[in-house]
Design a protein around this ligand. Sequence first.
Ligand code: PEP
Length: 257
Amino acid sequence: MRKKLVAANWKMNMTVGESTSFIEDFRRDVAEISNVEIVIAPPFTCIAKVSELLGGSQKIRLGAQNMHYEMNGAYTGEISAPMLRELFVRYIIVGHSERRQLFGETNAIVCKKVHAALGAELKPILCIGETLEERDAGKEETVLRTQLVESLGTIDEESFQDIVIAYEPIWAIGTGRTASPDQAQKAHASIRKTLSEIISPASADKTRILYGGSVKPSNARELMSESDIDGALVGGASLEERSFLEIVKAASGEIEE
Ligand code: PEP
């Protein structure tokens, strides 16, 4: 059984004050939920404060949105994996389509980040996804396979256990347009099949594959009830405590109609 995981990607939003009131409310509101792992990835400026507020919570894990693959050095404006670990960050979003499209991250760079993260005991949430043109041309499975193979590189099975995959069709991110549960399930099943070929069937079966792309309280339950959808990576709807809470509740099976 794969434990559901719901991750918040706050992107370039939230001040320290805003994140403080979010976390204070959220910790109280999820007190009764035990069957979902939650990750919150604030902007770097809020990480220290959120870390302090979470106080090592097992239920709500701290994430980060990006890191450099080198450990230290002359990389102005960058942050390294050991710096994040010092603040008790556990998960790192790697290869988000905004990083790929706006900051020129290639699969080769993503691969270096995945391995640097694993070396520093951070768990990568590796994002992959196709563009609308690629989907319309019927190439989505090939694109996802290439992204997986090139972003994982040579990886041993034990290290792979710490990786979470996020399927985020680019046409569904921040657009309000969600993949249908059926479209998402098909993509997740093809990702799991690729993992079973390139890692092993047993590891593929254990890997959590999250769906991301305009997840909201109104569609979360249906998406996460698909057999290969093990949770969600949530952007816009994670900025409001109530709506993120509803998505976490949908993952836990605790639904308010
Ligand atoms: C994301 O950026 O990872 C994402 C899924 O964003 P949104 O939920 O806003 O589409």
